[in-house]
Ligand binder design. Structure first.
Ligand code: ATP
Length: 304
């Protein structure tokens, strides 16, 4: 089966700078993928390589089996792109901008109404963009990226500047697209926000792909401890602590809660012992390592 994206040993050099170094990965349809990395890690360059805006110095890039920088534009027509900083001609209306991009992509303009509906801009469609809020401009950017029903959407830091409500709405739209079979690549620094919404994470550091997998798989590889928070009835902290033995050497918070770190194998044993304490335990929370912690782990491993 032809992968939607197939990148093999891609390197991109700008003079002495290696923006992307020997990166390989493939993406299949219907995935939401987080592309994370520090400033200057190579995320935008990878996106530009997939778009065919720059060519790899070494290695190959295939989108639906085609070279995106080649002469055939079919693969490029199946791509949608939302750049990091989106700017439109403020004198135009939202509808006019979308009509302009639809023509550029040789797509019919009669799909614009549906797109405006989908991103919640119908009522502002005929207002000039100069009167739009940041969130409205970002939604217009997304609508522009959606023209032609792309099979691959590349969204570069799409939620920068959006308030939490708008971010949620934005991710709802992304989930809907994924459910229709599109593959969505989201680059971002806001890792906590991607955690719940992506099946796969690509971590880049200094041009290299240092981790690639589902969040669960990366958790297993990193083997970082989870946080366990046990709430007990008043005065029972010490009883519980001795029941758990050395496994629960941690901090006591107030009289009825303590929190400590546990590896995957310790966690099961701890839960078993806590369950043995019956009514003394009021609640147990197990908080797995966050994407931020995983990210820091893989970057530490990469640094000499
Ligand atoms: P950010 O999160 O800050 O946007 P990024 O991960 O998207 O960063 P890139 O923009 O891909 O990183 O840049 C990777 C490296 O390549 C950086 O060192 C950058 O300065 C360099 N670079 C990118 N584009 C060019 C260019 N056209 N000419 C020279 N160097 C470039």
């Amino acid at each position: 089966m032809t992968s939607l994206v197939d990148i093999r040993h891609a390197t991109k050099r700008y003079g002495a700078i290696e923006a992307v170094r020997d990166v390989s990965f493939a993406l299949q349809p219907g995935q939401t993928v987080a592309l994370v990395g520090h400033n200057g890690a190579g995320k935008t360059t990878l996106i530009k390589l997939m778009l065919g805006l720059v060519r790899p110095t070494e290695g190959s890039i295939r989108i639906l089996g085609e070279d995106p920088a080649g002469r055939g534009i079919e693969a490029r027509r199946r791509l949608g792109y939302l750049p990091e900083s989106v700017s439109f001609n403020t004198a135009l209306t939202g509808r006019e901008v979308l009509a302009f991009y639809a023509r550029l992509k040789s797509e019919p303009v009669d799909g614009i109404k549906t797109l405006l509906d989908r991103v919640g801009l119908s009522s502002a469609a005929d207002r000039r963009i100069g009167t739009y809020s940041k969130g409205m401009r970002q939604r217009l950017g997304l609508a522009q990226a959606l023209i032609g029903n792309p099979r691959l959407l590349l969204l570069d830091e799409p939620t920068t500047g959006l308030d939490p409500g708008l971010r949620m709405e934005f991710y709802d739209i992304v989930a809907e697209l994924r459910d229709r079979g599109a593959t969505v690549v989201l680059s971002s620094h806001v890792l906590t926000e991607l955690e719940e919404r992506t099946e796969r994470v690509l971590i880049v550091s200094r041009g290299r792909l240092v981790a690639d997998g589902t969040i669960d798989a990366l958790r297993r590889i990193a083997d970082l401890p989870a946080k366990v928070r046990v709430s007990v009835v008043d005065g029972a902290v010490e009883t519980l602590r001795s029941l758990m033995g050395g496994l629960a050497a941690g901090r006591t918070f107030n009289g009825h809660r303590f929190e400590f770190d546990a590896t995957a194998s310790q966690k099961i044993e701890l839960l078993r012992r806590a369950a043995g304490a019956g009514d003394l335990v009021e609640d147990i929370d197990v908080i797995p390592p966050s994407l931020d912690e995983l990210y820091a782990h893989f970057l530490r491993k990469e640094s000499p």
